[in-house]
Design a protein around this ligand. Structure first.
Ligand SMILES: Nc1ncnc2c1ncn2[C@@H]1O[C@H](COP(=O)(O)OP(=O)(O)OP(=O)(O)O)[C@@H](O)[C@H]1O
Ligand SMILES: [Mg+2]
Length: 167
């Protein structure tokens, strides 16, 4: 996967030897942590635990509604990666958490679905197609971008207080 904090060096790209350089920050955000899991349903609770263990120490209070909202969104995004992409056929998903100025970002990267991307379903009577509506309702903003042959779906939340844990 390509984390947002990894930049492509233009000179390397120009020479045809693309490589990636870790900068420590991406889009003005600090990477708090990333976890890669097998693309199976049993991974979803681990994603939730990772979210809690990463954010609670410095960014969110344990009983916060924000944590519950983020967990629900990560559940939906992880479930989508597992259900709708090659991640669920022997692949992997990666959850990454970022902190920026006034924002917490959760990202889920999958192994791709032959170029198909997330699409918000509009059939009100549909038995499925609820997940991204939940994401849109709970996140301040969300979106997706190609990541190699896969997709990274991201969701932003307002961070309470400082963008970084005080040291
Ligand atoms: N990571 C993804 N990669 C490719 N397509 C996706 C991805 N996530 C979602 N989609 C597409 O977007 C559609 C809508 O996703 P959404 O989560 O809203 O509904 P669902 O997963 O079909 O059903 P539900 O979440 O209600 O169980 C999916 O049916 C799928 O076609
Ligand atoms: Mg879904």
């Amino acid at each position: 996967m390509t984390l947002a904090g990894v930049v492509e060096r233009e000179d390397a790209m120009a020479s045809g030897k693309a490589r990636y350089v870790w900068t420590g920050t991406g889009n003005g955000m600090e990477l708090l942590g990333a976890l890669t899991l097998p693309g199976v349903d049993r991974s979803v609770p681990y994603a939730r635990l990772f979210l809690r263990d990463t954010l609670v120490p410095g960014h969110i209070s344990p009983g916060s509604g924000l944590l519950a909202d983020m967990a629900l969104v990560v559940d939906e995004l992880a479930a989508n990666g597992i259900r709708h992409t090659a991640s669920g056929k022997g692949g992997k998903i990666t959850i990454a958490l970022w902190a920026g100025r006034g924002v917490l970002r959760a990202e889920v990267t999958d192994d791709g679905a032959d170029g198909a991307r997330p699409v918000v379903r509009t059939d009100p009577g549909g038995e499925s197609g609820r997940g991204l509506h939940i994401v849109a309702a709970l996140a301040k903003a969300w979106g997706h971008r190609p990541d190699g042959s896969g997709t990274t779906v991201w969701a932003d939340f307002p961070s309470l207080g400082a963008s970084r844990p005080s040291s």
